[in-house]
Design a protein around this ligand. Structure first.
Ligand code: NDP
Length: 318
């Protein structure tokens, strides 16, 4: 958990009756992630001076050339450089075979100057490549995305201190803790059950002692499930699906969604929204994350945290 003070913005509703009723407190992932990155930078500087020039190493392996992946990778590389992590980007052509991708992963697994390895998903290849096989080829000790079966299994068993936590759920957990709301004993609802967001979020909340309900596309009566949540984490990939009227008054609402919707007022003709209908939800929630500026920056910060965590372990055992 971050040690510095809360990074909240409180909005006063300018209701038609001139009411000054407070509405949801905004949890700024942007501000929190900035502090976290500053702390990591200091820690890396200390490592570098103590171990004469040593730097944590991160490698991002990409197959193909998707525009969205390129953007995510450049954000990660920039964040790493600011902290002092030596980040490398290896791009294999979209003609790479499964065997070639596996070979690249094996060589990084053996490279002692690289402490974190992530495979940028989705893989963009003209060949049939088994994504699960690729993910699980990454050494669990370098799996800073926390996606291998070993790390996911440890998380599902509650071995939180002996695994890498996936970056988005870990970031969500930090945002939740930062509200000061007690997680233990609370009723938490997660929307989505993907390996990268929903399923690990469920596990993290569970092992932080919340009573967790996980919803998915076959869940009946989503509004009813949502209305019981003290803490709601949404990762469905459906623009503004969760309506404010569904929420329990005062709930903590964490929105992982990144959706592009048409907006003729923007030069680009579109804008980014979350999975939560922000305007109505912020009238009812106690705390809410904005999109953009909420979960997104925390995800990147957690990747950096996991890389530094991996480096700490390496130095301890070296
Ligand atoms: P997936 O598409 O892999 O999973 C979506 C999940 O939502 C599935 O479990 C699906 O159910 C469920 N779902 C879909 N529609 C509904 C519905 N109508 N009611 C209830 N559940 C539903 O997406 P991801 O988990 O990868 O990503 C989710 C969102 O989070 C996306 O917007 C993505 O862009 C964003 N994201 C953001 C990140 C960040 O850094 N901020 C990082 C990663 C993702 P089922 O299993 O039944 O299909």
């Amino acid at each position: 958990m971050l040690s510095s003070g809360p990074h909240f913005m409180r909005l006063a509703a300018s209701g038609c009756l001139g009411s000054s009723r407070s509405i949801a407190t905004i949890i700024s992932g942007k501000e929190m992630s900035k502090l976290l990155r500053e702390r990591l930078k200091k820690e890396v500087q200390k490592m570098t001076s103590e171990f004469s020039g040593f730097k944590p190493g991160l490698l991002v392996l990409q197959v193909g050339d998707r525009d969205d992946s390129n953007l995510y990778i450049s954000t990660k590389l920039k964040a790493a450089a600011q902290i002092g992590i030596d980040a490398k980007h290896v791009r294999l052509p979209n003609t790479a075979t499964q065997h070639e991708v596996l070979q690249s992963i094996m060589s990084v697994n053996e490279n002692r100057s690289i402490h974190g390895l992530i495979v940028q998903l989705p893989l963009d290849s003209v060949n049939a490549i088994d994504t699960e096989l690729i993910i699980n080829a990454v050494s669990p000790e370098k799996d800073v995305d926390g996606l291998t079966c070993i790390n996911a299994g440890k998380l599902s068993r509650g071995e939180l201190n002996d695994c890498f936590l996936p970056c988005t759920p870990r970031g969500c957990m930090e945002l939740i803790r930062h509200t000061g709301v007690t997680v233990a004993g609370s009723s938490a609802v997660v929307i989505g059950r993907s390996k990268i967001v929903g399923a690990p979020m469920h596990d993290l909340l569970l092992w932080n002692h919340a009573t967790v309900t996980t919803c998915h596309s076959k869940t009946r009566d989503l509004p009813e499930q949502v209305s019981r949540a003290d803490i709601l984490v949404v990762g469905a990939g459906k623009a503004e699906m969760i309506r404010g009227e569904w929420l329990k008054e005062g709930a903590v609402v964490i929105d992982c969604g990144i959706n592009h919707i048409p907006d003729p007022t923007k030069e680009s003709g579109k804008r980014v929204v979350g999975d939560v209908h922000y305007a109505s939800a912020s009238q009812r929630a106690g705390f809410i994350t904005p999109v953009p500026g909420g979960v997104g920056p925390m995800t990147v910060a957690m990747l950096m945290e996991n890389t530094v965590q991996s480096t700490r372990r390496f130095l301890k055992h070296d």
